[in-house]
Write a protein that binds this ligand. Structure first.
Ligand SMILES: [Fe+2]
Ligand SMILES: [Fe+2]
Length: 186
């Protein structure tokens, strides 16, 4: 889909703050794409779509997930996680996205997973380090992303899993598998 038309659609669907986040993620994703050898137009599309379902009603996300054979384990976790699976379905069904790598980048941008593609990692990282983010440790994540994509992905998934564990919060199994893949086995 042409980016300009998609941006107009996103502006209708998302509150201002989230829309601006999506634009910042898109700029960050294009920057990382140039650095890490991913086609910028693919990174741009995935980034623009990644939060398309962020403000859907949970009941509507649940319906989409159930009707499309998505992972029902999601329902045992906070509905914040559901928008990635719902977003993938919307990108495919409502916007005609067929590229499986773009669809997977949308699908796994909140949890990560084992065996992520370069594009999936790039969107996961861009979502976490876009210039509007501010949290303890963000500088380390941004510095890692200047050097090496796998190092950046490791730093990002370690950060995300640690954030949840520090709050005694549940960690989705895909995130644990992603974490295990990026840290040492001792
Ligand atoms: Fe998201
Ligand atoms: Fe996001």
């Amino acid at each position: 889909m042409e980016s300009a038309a998609l941006i107009i659609e996103l502006e209708k669907r998302l509150p201002r703050k989230r829309f601006e986040h999506v634009l910042r993620v898109t700029e960050t994703a294009k920057e990382l794409a140039g650095r890490f050898g991913v086609p910028a137009c693919i990174a741009e599309q995935a980034a623009l779509f990644h939060d398309i379902a962020k403000f859907m009603e949970p009941s509507e996300m649940r319906r989409l997930i159930e009707e499309n054979g998505e992972d029902v384990k999601l329902f045992s976790f906070h509905h914040e996680l559901w928008h990635a699976a719902a977003g993938r379905i919307i990108a495919e069904q409502d916007f005609g996205v067929q590229d499986q790598d773009i669809l997977n980048a949308i699908r796994y941008h909140t949890t990560g997973r084992a065996g992520m593609s370069d594009l999936e990692k790039l969107i996961y990282i861009a979502d976490l380090i876009e210039p509007g983010r501010d949290f303890p440790g963000i500088t380390e994540l941004r510095n890692a992303a200047k050097l090496n994509m796998d190092e950046a992905m490791r730093a990002c998934i370690v950060h995300s899993v640690r954030y949840l564990i520090d709050r005694n919060a549940a960690v989705f199994p895909d995130s644990i598998e992603c974490y295990n893949e990026h840290v040492q086995i001792i």
